[in-house]
Ligand binder design. Structure first.
Ligand SMILES: [Zn+2]
Ligand SMILES: [Zn+2]
Length: 244
């Protein structure tokens, strides 16, 4: 499987950056995980959007879904011109309801709500979900195929379920939205980089990719924190591809 980072900032992009978006490609299938602002532009540097087989929105904060609102125009315009004749399958967290309803655009998306026990089979790729801890209902996503396993946390604060869910993963990509110094109490929406290292270590993952970078942070500092617990760590790089 190939992972390409189309956006790795949150909750807003750095200059020239983009918010959450990751393309998974394997066996001729293309799956987009999250579609934050800037992602549609970057996606088209890699594939045409009509080549997407599925879009998965891990939760409904705008930094993870805002480009869906312009992707709808893109699909509708192409359909009108006869250049596209299918809707794109979209799997999204169902809450909050008013945000979910904004995605229910019948002539562009075939929308389904993610459930805890949902299993998607897309070509020979299997996708499963695990509920996480965040102000909006959010899911971690496991993408596996051919004995390879990739786990993306989505946005979450500390939740020990991510450890079991990531068990033995070839790559875990985790929300490193906080430096430990900025975690004043447990009431925070993101993992710290140190916690990311702990998750990677305790899950027996082979490699850790940090992501969801607050634009004000020095990424090297995040890496150093994660490395206290886990050696094989890197920071996601915009437009870079990773073999899983
Ligand atoms: Zn976010
Ligand atoms: Zn969020």
């Amino acid at each position: 499987m190939k992972l390409t980072v189309l956006g790795n900032n949150g909750p807003y992009p750095s200059a020239g950056g983009a918010c959450s978006g990751y393309l998974i490609q394997h066996g001729g299938k293309n799956i987009l995980l999250d579609c934050g602002n800037g992602v549609l532009s970057n996606l088209q540097k890699v594939i045409r959007f009509e080549e997407l087989d599925a879009i998965i929105i891990t939760h409904l904060h705008s930094d993870h879904m805002s480009d869906m609102m312009v992707l709808r125009y893109a699909i509708q315009a192409k359909m009108k011109r006869g250049a596209m004749n299918h809707r794109i399958d979209v799997y999204a967290s169902p809450e909050p309801q008013e945000e979910f309803k904004r995605l229910d655009i019948n002539d562009a998306f075939n929308l389904k709500a993610i459930t805890d026990d949902m299993v998607l089979n897309i070509g020979d790729i299997t996708v499963t979900f695990s509920p996480m801890t965040h102000p909006f209902k959010s899911f971690a996503v496991c993408v596996s195929s051919g004995g390879k396993k990739f786990v993306f946390s989505g946005d979450t604060s500390w939740n020990k379920n991510i450890i079991e869910f990531s068990g033995g993963a070839d790559v875990v990509m985790l929300d490193a939205g906080l430096l430990s110094a900025d975690k004043k109490d447990d009431n925070v929406p993101h993992l710290t980089a140190r916690e990311c290292g702990i998750v990677a270590k305790e899950s027996g993952a082979k490699k850790l990719i940090l992501t969801h970078f607050f634009p004000e942070y020095d990424v090297e500092q995040l890496i150093a924190e994660a490395r206290e617990n886990f050696g094989n760590v890197t920071a996601s790089e915009l437009m870079k591809s990773y073999e899983i």
